[in-house]
Write a protein that binds this ligand. Structure first.
Ligand SMILES: [Zn+2]
Length: 337
Protein backbone atom coordinates (compact mmCIF):
# COMPACT_ATOMS: atom_id res chain seq x y z
CA UNK A 1 0.00 0.00 0.00
CA UNK A 2 1.11 3.54 -0.55
CA UNK A 3 0.79 6.58 -2.75
CA UNK A 4 1.60 6.22 -6.43
CA UNK A 5 5.07 7.29 -7.45
CA UNK A 6 4.43 10.80 -8.68
CA UNK A 7 7.19 13.36 -8.99
CA UNK A 8 4.72 16.10 -7.98
CA UNK A 9 4.33 14.57 -4.55
CA UNK A 10 6.35 15.90 -1.66
CA UNK A 11 5.48 13.04 0.63
CA UNK A 12 4.76 9.35 0.27
CA UNK A 13 3.86 6.59 2.65
CA UNK A 14 4.31 2.83 2.72
CA UNK A 15 3.72 -0.10 5.01
CA UNK A 16 6.84 -1.55 6.60
CA UNK A 17 7.74 -5.13 7.47
CA UNK A 18 6.40 -4.47 10.97
CA UNK A 19 2.62 -4.47 11.09
CA UNK A 20 1.41 -1.22 12.59
CA UNK A 21 4.40 0.89 11.48
CA UNK A 22 4.14 3.06 8.36
CA UNK A 23 7.03 4.91 6.79
CA UNK A 24 6.38 8.46 5.64
CA UNK A 25 8.96 9.91 3.25
CA UNK A 26 9.41 13.59 2.58
CA UNK A 27 11.56 15.22 -0.07
CA UNK A 28 14.80 16.95 0.86
CA UNK A 29 17.20 18.55 -1.60
CA UNK A 30 20.30 16.51 -0.63
CA UNK A 31 21.23 12.82 -0.95
CA UNK A 32 19.49 10.46 -0.41
CA UNK A 33 16.78 13.07 -1.25
CA UNK A 34 14.33 11.92 1.35
CA UNK A 35 13.83 11.98 5.08
CA UNK A 36 11.66 9.41 6.82
CA UNK A 37 9.21 9.78 9.66
CA UNK A 38 7.26 6.84 11.06
CA UNK A 39 3.67 6.44 12.07
CA UNK A 40 2.86 3.83 14.68
CA UNK A 41 -0.85 3.18 14.31
CA UNK A 42 -3.21 3.19 17.26
CA UNK A 43 -4.22 -0.47 17.07
CA UNK A 44 -2.37 -1.58 20.19
CA UNK A 45 -2.53 1.46 22.43
CA UNK A 46 -5.28 3.67 21.20
CA UNK A 47 -3.66 6.60 19.48
CA UNK A 48 -1.37 7.01 16.46
CA UNK A 49 2.09 8.45 17.11
CA UNK A 50 4.66 9.93 14.78
CA UNK A 51 8.38 9.51 15.28
CA UNK A 52 9.95 12.61 13.71
CA UNK A 53 8.06 15.06 11.57
CA UNK A 54 9.63 15.42 8.13
CA UNK A 55 11.07 18.44 6.38
CA UNK A 56 9.56 21.92 6.49
CA UNK A 57 7.44 22.84 3.51
CA UNK A 58 5.45 25.92 2.49
CA UNK A 59 2.42 23.73 1.94
CA UNK A 60 3.22 21.55 4.95
CA UNK A 61 -0.40 21.14 6.01
CA UNK A 62 -1.35 19.74 2.59
CA UNK A 63 1.72 17.53 2.41
CA UNK A 64 0.87 16.13 5.80
CA UNK A 65 -2.81 15.49 5.13
CA UNK A 66 -2.11 13.94 1.74
CA UNK A 67 0.62 11.69 3.09
CA UNK A 68 -1.34 10.53 6.13
CA UNK A 69 -4.50 10.37 4.04
CA UNK A 70 -2.96 7.68 1.83
CA UNK A 71 -3.16 5.29 4.80
CA UNK A 72 -6.49 6.50 6.10
CA UNK A 73 -5.35 9.01 8.74
CA UNK A 74 -5.75 12.72 9.19
CA UNK A 75 -3.28 15.02 10.97
CA UNK A 76 -5.73 15.38 13.87
CA UNK A 77 -5.55 11.62 14.49
CA UNK A 78 -1.89 11.90 15.52
CA UNK A 79 -1.89 12.36 19.29
CA UNK A 80 1.86 12.60 19.87
CA UNK A 81 5.05 13.38 17.97
CA UNK A 82 8.39 12.14 19.26
CA UNK A 83 11.48 13.94 18.02
CA UNK A 84 14.90 12.27 17.69
CA UNK A 85 16.92 15.46 17.22
CA UNK A 86 16.44 19.14 16.47
CA UNK A 87 17.48 19.23 12.79
CA UNK A 88 14.98 20.86 10.44
CA UNK A 89 14.39 17.73 8.35
CA UNK A 90 13.12 15.93 11.47
CA UNK A 91 11.00 18.69 13.02
CA UNK A 92 9.77 20.34 9.81
CA UNK A 93 6.07 19.63 10.19
CA UNK A 94 5.87 19.94 13.98
CA UNK A 95 3.98 23.27 13.67
CA UNK A 96 1.31 21.66 11.45
CA UNK A 97 0.99 18.70 13.81
CA UNK A 98 0.66 20.96 16.85
CA UNK A 99 -1.92 22.97 15.00
CA UNK A 100 -3.86 19.73 14.45
CA UNK A 101 -3.66 18.98 18.19
CA UNK A 102 -0.60 16.79 18.72
CA UNK A 103 1.65 16.86 21.78
CA UNK A 104 5.39 17.02 21.13
CA UNK A 105 8.06 15.04 22.99
CA UNK A 106 11.74 15.92 22.65
CA UNK A 107 14.87 15.29 24.73
CA UNK A 108 15.16 17.95 27.45
CA UNK A 109 18.71 19.04 26.47
CA UNK A 110 17.60 19.40 22.83
CA UNK A 111 14.83 21.76 23.94
CA UNK A 112 17.30 23.64 26.13
CA UNK A 113 19.63 23.99 23.18
CA UNK A 114 16.87 25.48 21.05
CA UNK A 115 16.14 27.97 23.87
CA UNK A 116 19.69 29.32 23.84
CA UNK A 117 20.15 32.97 23.06
CA UNK A 118 21.65 34.10 19.78
CA UNK A 119 24.43 35.86 21.73
CA UNK A 120 25.44 32.69 23.52
CA UNK A 121 25.52 30.73 20.27
CA UNK A 122 27.48 33.45 18.53
CA UNK A 123 30.13 33.38 21.27
CA UNK A 124 30.58 29.62 20.78
CA UNK A 125 30.73 29.80 16.99
CA UNK A 126 33.23 32.69 17.10
CA UNK A 127 35.53 30.97 19.57
CA UNK A 128 35.50 27.54 17.94
CA UNK A 129 35.36 28.99 14.41
CA UNK A 130 38.52 30.97 15.15
CA UNK A 131 40.22 27.87 16.59
CA UNK A 132 39.52 25.82 13.47
CA UNK A 133 40.92 28.47 11.15
CA UNK A 134 37.98 30.54 9.95
CA UNK A 135 38.94 34.08 9.08
CA UNK A 136 36.87 37.30 9.17
CA UNK A 137 34.36 36.74 6.39
CA UNK A 138 34.04 32.97 6.71
CA UNK A 139 33.65 33.37 10.45
CA UNK A 140 30.84 35.90 10.01
CA UNK A 141 29.17 33.56 7.55
CA UNK A 142 29.40 30.63 10.00
CA UNK A 143 27.86 32.78 12.74
CA UNK A 144 25.05 33.89 10.45
CA UNK A 145 24.24 30.34 9.37
CA UNK A 146 24.26 28.99 12.93
CA UNK A 147 22.07 31.79 14.23
CA UNK A 148 19.55 31.42 11.43
CA UNK A 149 19.28 27.68 11.95
CA UNK A 150 18.80 28.23 15.70
CA UNK A 151 15.98 30.66 14.94
CA UNK A 152 14.40 28.29 12.43
CA UNK A 153 14.62 25.33 14.81
CA UNK A 154 13.10 27.37 17.63
CA UNK A 155 10.24 28.41 15.37
CA UNK A 156 9.64 24.79 14.32
CA UNK A 157 10.02 23.14 17.70
CA UNK A 158 8.62 25.90 19.95
CA UNK A 159 10.21 24.52 23.13
CA UNK A 160 7.90 26.44 25.47
CA UNK A 161 4.61 25.92 23.67
CA UNK A 162 1.76 24.16 25.42
CA UNK A 163 1.81 20.42 24.77
CA UNK A 164 5.60 20.16 24.78
CA UNK A 165 7.00 17.32 26.88
CA UNK A 166 10.63 17.24 27.96
CA UNK A 167 12.07 13.74 27.77
CA UNK A 168 14.76 12.43 30.01
CA UNK A 169 16.71 9.44 28.72
CA UNK A 170 15.06 6.25 29.92
CA UNK A 171 11.41 5.21 29.96
CA UNK A 172 8.59 7.46 28.89
CA UNK A 173 5.04 7.14 27.65
CA UNK A 174 3.58 8.84 24.59
CA UNK A 175 0.09 8.25 23.29
CA UNK A 176 -0.34 5.44 25.80
CA UNK A 177 2.68 3.57 24.45
CA UNK A 178 5.86 2.92 26.45
CA UNK A 179 9.24 3.82 24.97
CA UNK A 180 12.82 3.72 26.10
CA UNK A 181 14.93 6.75 25.04
CA UNK A 182 18.68 6.35 24.58
CA UNK A 183 21.20 9.13 24.20
CA UNK A 184 22.98 8.54 20.87
CA UNK A 185 25.18 11.59 20.13
CA UNK A 186 27.75 12.26 17.40
CA UNK A 187 25.50 13.26 14.54
CA UNK A 188 23.77 15.62 16.97
CA UNK A 189 24.82 16.14 20.58
CA UNK A 190 21.34 15.63 22.06
CA UNK A 191 20.14 12.97 19.63
CA UNK A 192 17.84 10.36 21.15
CA UNK A 193 16.93 6.96 19.69
CA UNK A 194 13.77 5.21 20.77
CA UNK A 195 12.97 1.56 21.43
CA UNK A 196 9.48 0.11 21.74
CA UNK A 197 7.71 -3.13 20.97
CA UNK A 198 5.12 -3.18 18.19
CA UNK A 199 3.07 -6.37 17.88
CA UNK A 200 5.75 -8.30 19.73
CA UNK A 201 8.57 -6.98 17.54
CA UNK A 202 11.29 -4.96 19.28
CA UNK A 203 11.94 -1.92 17.10
CA UNK A 204 14.43 0.94 17.19
CA UNK A 205 13.85 4.40 15.77
CA UNK A 206 17.44 5.47 15.18
CA UNK A 207 16.96 8.89 13.57
CA UNK A 208 20.27 9.95 12.04
CA UNK A 209 22.44 8.14 14.58
CA UNK A 210 22.43 4.77 12.83
CA UNK A 211 21.80 4.51 9.10
CA UNK A 212 22.54 2.01 6.34
CA UNK A 213 24.43 1.98 4.01
CA UNK A 214 26.26 5.19 4.94
CA UNK A 215 27.42 7.06 7.99
CA UNK A 216 25.89 10.46 8.62
CA UNK A 217 28.35 13.28 9.27
CA UNK A 218 29.54 13.87 12.84
CA UNK A 219 27.84 17.27 13.03
CA UNK A 220 27.34 17.01 16.82
CA UNK A 221 27.28 20.69 17.91
CA UNK A 222 28.18 22.24 14.56
CA UNK A 223 30.95 24.83 14.83
CA UNK A 224 30.40 25.51 18.51
CA UNK A 225 31.61 24.35 21.92
CA UNK A 226 31.88 20.56 21.90
CA UNK A 227 32.79 20.23 18.21
CA UNK A 228 36.04 18.43 19.01
CA UNK A 229 34.10 15.71 20.88
CA UNK A 230 31.96 14.69 17.89
CA UNK A 231 33.76 11.48 16.92
CA UNK A 232 34.22 10.25 20.50
CA UNK A 233 30.49 10.83 20.97
CA UNK A 234 29.69 8.91 17.78
CA UNK A 235 31.68 5.91 19.03
CA UNK A 236 29.79 6.15 22.34
CA UNK A 237 26.49 5.95 20.47
CA UNK A 238 27.71 2.79 18.72
CA UNK A 239 28.31 1.17 22.11
CA UNK A 240 24.76 1.99 23.07
CA UNK A 241 23.35 0.55 19.85
CA UNK A 242 25.42 -2.58 20.29
CA UNK A 243 23.82 -3.20 23.67
CA UNK A 244 20.28 -3.06 22.25
CA UNK A 245 18.88 -6.30 21.02
CA UNK A 246 16.35 -5.10 18.46
CA UNK A 247 14.70 -6.83 15.51
CA UNK A 248 14.07 -3.92 13.15
CA UNK A 249 15.63 -0.46 12.78
CA UNK A 250 13.68 2.50 11.39
CA UNK A 251 16.25 5.17 10.43
CA UNK A 252 15.78 8.81 9.40
CA UNK A 253 17.31 8.24 5.97
CA UNK A 254 18.04 5.15 3.91
CA UNK A 255 16.17 1.84 4.06
CA UNK A 256 14.61 0.08 7.06
CA UNK A 257 17.03 -2.65 8.16
CA UNK A 258 17.44 -5.48 10.63
CA UNK A 259 21.20 -6.02 10.88
CA UNK A 260 21.96 -3.61 13.73
CA UNK A 261 25.37 -5.14 14.42
CA UNK A 262 26.32 -4.80 10.75
CA UNK A 263 25.35 -1.12 10.72
CA UNK A 264 27.26 -0.51 13.97
CA UNK A 265 30.35 -2.18 12.59
CA UNK A 266 30.25 -0.32 9.25
CA UNK A 267 29.75 2.97 11.13
CA UNK A 268 32.80 2.18 13.28
CA UNK A 269 34.80 1.28 10.15
CA UNK A 270 33.86 4.60 8.60
CA UNK A 271 34.86 6.52 11.76
CA UNK A 272 38.17 4.65 11.89
CA UNK A 273 38.78 5.44 8.23
CA UNK A 274 38.08 9.10 8.99
CA UNK A 275 40.65 8.99 11.82
CA UNK A 276 43.23 7.34 9.54
CA UNK A 277 42.69 9.83 6.74
CA UNK A 278 42.81 12.77 9.15
CA UNK A 279 46.09 11.68 10.70
CA UNK A 280 47.64 11.25 7.23
CA UNK A 281 46.37 14.67 6.18
CA UNK A 282 47.93 16.20 9.33
CA UNK A 283 51.21 14.48 8.62
CA UNK A 284 51.24 15.80 5.02
CA UNK A 285 50.36 19.44 5.74
CA UNK A 286 50.99 19.93 9.47
CA UNK A 287 51.35 22.12 11.34
CA UNK A 288 47.94 23.00 9.94
CA UNK A 289 44.56 24.30 11.07
CA UNK A 290 41.49 22.03 11.00
CA UNK A 291 40.32 23.91 7.88
CA UNK A 292 43.63 23.19 6.13
CA UNK A 293 43.58 19.56 7.25
CA UNK A 294 40.05 19.22 5.82
CA UNK A 295 41.14 20.78 2.52
CA UNK A 296 44.01 18.32 2.38
CA UNK A 297 41.63 15.40 3.03
CA UNK A 298 38.64 16.47 0.92
CA UNK A 299 39.78 19.20 -1.46
CA UNK A 300 37.56 22.26 -1.42
CA UNK A 301 35.10 22.19 1.52
CA UNK A 302 31.63 21.78 -0.02
CA UNK A 303 29.60 20.65 3.00
CA UNK A 304 29.92 21.68 6.65
CA UNK A 305 29.98 17.96 7.48
CA UNK A 306 33.40 17.57 5.85
CA UNK A 307 34.95 20.11 8.23
CA UNK A 308 32.98 18.90 11.25
CA UNK A 309 34.05 15.28 10.65
CA UNK A 310 37.69 16.38 10.66
CA UNK A 311 37.28 18.59 13.74
CA UNK A 312 35.77 15.64 15.60
CA UNK A 313 38.52 13.34 14.35
CA UNK A 314 41.23 15.77 15.54
CA UNK A 315 39.66 15.76 19.00
CA UNK A 316 39.79 11.96 19.14
CA UNK A 317 43.33 11.77 17.71
CA UNK A 318 44.53 14.28 20.29
CA UNK A 319 42.98 12.19 23.05
CA UNK A 320 44.75 9.11 21.64
CA UNK A 321 48.08 10.93 21.64
CA UNK A 322 48.42 10.80 17.84
CA UNK A 323 48.31 14.55 17.17
CA UNK A 324 48.88 17.72 19.16
CA UNK A 325 48.39 21.40 18.53
CA UNK A 326 49.75 24.77 19.45
CA UNK A 327 47.69 27.88 19.09
CA UNK A 328 48.94 30.54 16.69
CA UNK A 329 46.85 33.70 16.71
CA UNK A 330 44.02 31.74 18.34
CA UNK A 331 44.10 29.04 15.62
CA UNK A 332 44.84 25.43 16.53
CA UNK A 333 47.79 24.26 14.41
CA UNK A 334 47.96 20.45 14.43
CA UNK A 335 50.96 18.21 13.89
CA UNK A 336 51.45 14.49 14.32
CA UNK A 337 53.33 13.21 17.36
ZN1 LIG B 1 18.27 13.98 8.96
Amino acid sequence: MGADADSEEKGRVERTSVKGVFRLEFEVPWPPYHVAAYLIDGEEYGSPILVDAGAPSEDGADVLSETLGAVGYEPKDVSDVIVTHPHSDHIGLVPELREAGADVHAPRPALEQVRRTEEELEAGVREVGREVGYDGERLDEAVEKSVSSLERNRRLLEPDAEGTHELGYGEFVAGGRGFEAYRTPGHQIHHASFVTEVGGVKVLFSGDALIEPFRPAALHTGIDYGAFEAVDAFFEAMETFESLDVDTVFPGHGPVFSDTDGAVSSTRDSLNELLGETVSAVSSVGPASPVEVTEERCGEIKYPGQLLDVIGALGTLEGNGEVEYEKEDGVRMYRTI
